[in-house]
Design a protein around this ligand. Structure first.
Ligand SMILES: NC(=O)c1ccc[n+]([C@@H]2O[C@H](COP(=O)([O-])OP(=O)(O)OC[C@H]3O[C@@H](n4cnc5c(N)ncnc54)[C@H](OP(=O)(O)O)[C@@H]3O)[C@@H](O)[C@H]2O)c1
Length: 268
């Protein structure tokens, strides 16, 4: 984990869930953190929590990463403050929870795609000159839903397939610049995302449909991410069913379809 000491790390979606847990995990390693999300108060409270465990106070920068302009402002502020960018963690995301034939508001598909696919592409483009200069790393928090189809998450699954395809392509382009691309595919994690998931009318569910005692915590997910980031690995899939399922799907796709259906029905 020494590889991460002193690195300037931008974490999007740092106000909640996996991003917040990752900030807690990286701060004691000596990372210089830029914490970003839209909710300034939640970011400030995180910065206060981190004050006791890091020697380097984080930069807090509130931004909506679906705006190219705000992405550029975030990158400019990070470089002005820390002088470089070593690791960009594209973690901010949102989801939906509705069968496609029950969607009343089709703009849900646009909203999910904007945060989960376009935002990481925009922000990475803004950060690229600095990442090339530092021979740095892009980390993308995708999902196992980016590797297989998932019912009630069609738009989410599409956005995660898109982001994986995008960053698998970008990895090849950046190979000669020695900029690494690490794709993280979490299985279910306890966080705010399930309560915030949009129903068929585009409104947040308000309560989680997950069985939270049966899925990993955001802290566990962050601890799994650290070595994958430090070793600049291509991809991390957090669950055994996610890792094995990719291969089983090649020979028995219907079995994996049923597994995905059961996972959604049972909430774990
Ligand atoms: N939890 C899971 O089961 C799970 C599984 C697989 C993959 N993932 C992925 O993990 C990532 C993190 O999700 P999470 O579970 O930690 O969710 P979460 O607790 O809901 O956190 C999502 C974060 O994204 C930020 N965000 C959302 N829209 C944004 C926008 N337009 N601009 C800037 N920030 C925005 C939120 O902050 P503000 O509201 O303050 O902006 C929040 O900090 C996502 O990409 C998600 O798809 C999660």
């Amino acid at each position: 984990m020494q590889a991460l000491a002193g690195k300037v790390v931008i974490i999007t979606g740092a106000s909640e869930g996996i991003g917040r847990a990752l900030a807690h995990a990286m701060a004691p390693l000596g990372c210089k953190l830029v914490l970003t999300a839209r909710d300034r108060q939640r970011l400030d409270s995180l910065a206060e929590e981190l004050a006791n465990i890091t020697l380097c106070p984080p930069l807090v920068f509130a931004a909506d990463v679906t705006s190219v302009q705000e992405c550029q402002q975030l990158i400019d502020a990070s470089v002005a403050h820390f002088g470089a960018i070593d690791i960009l963690v594209n973690n901010a995301g949102m989801t939906m929870w509705s069968r496609f034939d029950e969607l009343q508001d089709l703009s849900i598909l646009d909203r999910v795609m904007a945060v989960n696919y376009f935002a990481p592409a925009y922000l990475s483009h803004c950060a690229l000159p600095h990442l090339k200069a530092s021979q740095g790393q892009i980390v993308v928090v995708a999902s196992v839903a980016g590797l297989v189809g998932v019912p009630t998450r069609s738009g989410y699954s599409a956005s995660k397939h898109a982001v994986i395809g995008f960053f698998d392509s970008l990895r090849i382009e950046l190979n000669d610049d020695n900029v690494a691309v690490t794709i993280i595919c979490p299985d279910f994690v306890v966080s705010q995302i399930h309560k915030r998931a949009l129903d068929g009318h585009g409104k947040p569910l308000g309560q989680t449909p997950m069985q939270e005692s049966k899925i990993i915590t955001a802290e566990q997910c962050a601890q799994m991410m650290l070595p994958a980031i430090a070793k600049r690995e291509r991809m991390l899939i957090t669950s055994m069913r996610g890792r094995v399922g990719r291969f089983i799907r090649l020979i028995a796709p219907k079995f994996i379809d049923n597994l995905a259906k059961k996972a959604i029905a049972s909430g774990h």
